[in-house]
Design a binder for this molecule. Structure first.
Ligand SMILES: [Fe+2]
Length: 252
């Protein structure tokens, strides 16, 4: 493995085995932090921000990331990454939140696209336009989850390659890949408990041809396989990436 992504909230503790292993992994490998509770569409939770700041100081990652979503309302956290209505008002709110995050932590922040199972009548632009607009206005990085694009494209009936075409390539610092579940009704659920499917590998190759070589992480956090099987999936990502880079070189 070249590097690891650490789920930030798992290490927001006072001590014990999580921090013991955290320090060992950080000493041995490059690590980035990935959060799931910032709730950019909601209000800032000062306690979460303080804990995140302590963790960032401890790990000193090259960047950290969280999702373009909300995870609850007021002080109720539903522990799910809920999609946002894509309106100007929500965009302005999210941009302000991201700017404050970047000002406070002083390291690059990457926002990630989520998978979703519903859309809002209030949305005035498609997700890909909203994402690009937020990134531009907040001047932030992007964590592009290629599996999430595909899952949402099936669930909502859009072309994942239209989404990819709208992504500002120079802002992408990291890619996520994962496996998902196909329900008998036809829709997809982002379960992170399967191998990466063929359509997502193809979309990943297209993403690499567009973006170039960026750090890629396999998210496999349900029905976790042996480390050797996970390593195999990471090796597959390397080989798809190398072929895509070669194809991009040959056609330029
Ligand atoms: Fe992801």
């Amino acid at each position: 493995m070249d590097w690891f992504e650490l789920l930030a909230e798992n290490f927001m503790v006072e001590g014990g085995s999580p921090l013991h292993y955290l320090d060992r992994i950080v000493a041995a490998y490059p690590c980035v932090l990935h959060g799931v509770s910032m709730s950019l569409g909601g209000d800032e939770n000062p306690e979460h921000s303080d804990q995140l700041e302590a963790l960032i100081r401890r790990v000193q990652p090259p960047w950290f990331s969280d999702h373009l979503c909300f995870t609850g309302s007021a002080h109720a956290n539903v522990h799910d990454l809920l999609p946002l209505p894509y309106t100007d008002q929500v965009r302005d709110h999210v941009v302000e939140r991201i700017k404050r995050v970047q000002d406070r932590f002083e390291i690059p922040f990457a926002v990630e696209n989520v998978s979703s199972y519903l859309t809002y009548k209030d949305s005035v632009v498609p997700e890909w336009e909203f994402l690009a607009d937020v990134a531009e206005r907040a001047d932030c990085a992007l964590l592009l989850d290629v599996n999430n694009i595909f899952v949402s494209s099936v669930n909502h009936g859009f072309d994942p390659y239209v989404y990819l075409a709208a992504v500002p390539a120079d802002r992408v610092v990291q890619i996520h890949l994962a496996g998902h579940e196909t329900r008998p009704e036809g829709y997809r659920i982002d379960t992170h408990d399967h191998p990466v499917c063929e359509e997502v590998w193809e979309l990943y190759a297209a993403a690499i041809r567009k973006i170039g070589s960026v750090s890629t992480l396999i998210e496999w956090d349900g029905q976790i396989p042996s480390f050797a099987r996970l390593q195999q999936e990471a090796d597959s990502a390397r080989s798809v990436r190398d072929q895509a880079l070669e194809a991009a070189r040959a056609s330029s």
